[in-house]
Design a protein around this ligand. Sequence first.
Ligand code: ADP
Length: 356
Amino acid sequence: ILFKEIFDQSSIGIALINLKGTILFVNAALATILEHESSHDFIQKPIKFILPEFKERSPFSNDTFFENFEKAKKTGFTTFEFVLKKSDEQWLQAELLINKIVINQNLSLMLSVYDITERKRVEKLKDEFVEMISHELRVPLSTINSSFDLLATNEFNDKNDKKMQIVQTGKRNIDRLNRLISDILESKKISEGLIKMNFSKEEILPIIEEAVQTMNPFASSKNLSLNIITPKEPLPDVYIDKNRIFQVMINLISNAIKYTDEGKIDVSLLSANDGIMVKVSDTGIGIKTEDIPKLFQRFTSVAPQEYRKFGSTGLGLVICKQIIEKHKGKIWVESTPEIGSSFIFHIPIFIEAIRF
Ligand code: ADP
C-alpha cells in the first residue's frame, strides 16, 4: 500500500508492463504527462497504445522501442530518448528507462518516463544560435581573408620582413577560424540528417590508399612512416558513402600524425563480424583512460598545450563518430599514455536497402 502511494504521488511517469508488452499499471503522473484523464485508460492495453505511428522512416519507430524492450529483458536495464503518444497529433519527447523487476515472483518491466520537452527546446535554441553565429561570421571573415591575401601578395615582398610575418600569422588564424566554422556547421548538418549520405557498393582499399597518399607529405614532414596493412584474404565490398569515409580517414590519420613525435602510423584493414574493421594506430602521446570518454564530445581537447598549435577544433572526432553511426557502425579508442593510440571503426556490410 505504501509503495502504491509512492508510485501515485511520484512526479516521474511510471508504467508496469508484462513481458508480453501489456500495460498492467500506470501511475497518475504518467496519465497526466500523456494528457489522459485517468490512469485506467491504459490498463490491459498493448504498449503500442502509447507508441508513435510515424509513416515515414524515423528513429522513433516501434522497432526501436521493442529492441530496447528486449534489451531490458536480457540485460535488466536500458535507457534511451524516445517519443510517446499523447493523442493522434501530439507527442511527448521523453527519456525512457526500462527496468526488469520482480513482483510476487513474476518478472515484469517498469517503464519510467521523464518529460524532456523543455531540455530539447533549449538544445534546439542553442544549436540554432551557434549556427546563426557561424553563418554570420562567414561573410566578414571571407572579406578579411581577401584583404590579407592582397597584403600578402602586393604590399610585402620580403619574406623576412616583420610585417610579412604578422600578415602570415593573421592568415593562419583566419584559416583556423574558417575551419572551425565549417566544422560547426558540418557536424550540425550531419547530426540533423541534413547531409545526405550517398551510399554505394565500394571497395574499401582504394579509399584508404588515397587517404594515406594524401597524408603522406604531412607524415614525412615529421619523419613518421605511414603504412597500410591489409589481410591476405580479399576484403568484402561495403555499402558506404565513399567521400565521407575518406573524410573519416583523413581526420584519424591527421590526428595520429599530429599527436605523434616519433615512430610510425599503421592503418590496418580487417574483415570482421560481417563487416570491415579499420584501425589507425600510432606510437604517439596516447590518451589517459579517464580522458577517453571525453574525446567524442564537441570542442574538447585532452592533449597538452604544445600539441594544440596545429589548429585543433575539437570537432574532428565528433564528425567521424556521426559519419560512422550513419553507416550503422561503431568507433572506439584503445590507448596507453606515452605508448600510442588506436582509433578503430567497424562498419557492417548491410544490404543496400537498409541504408537511408
Ligand atoms: P582536434 O581538432 O582537437 O584534433 P579531434 O576531435 O580530432 O579534435 O580530437 C579531439 C582530441 O582527442 C584531440 O584534441 C586530442 O586531445 C585527442 N586525440 C585525438 N586523436 C589522438 C591521437 N591519435 N593521439 C592522442 N590524442 C588524440
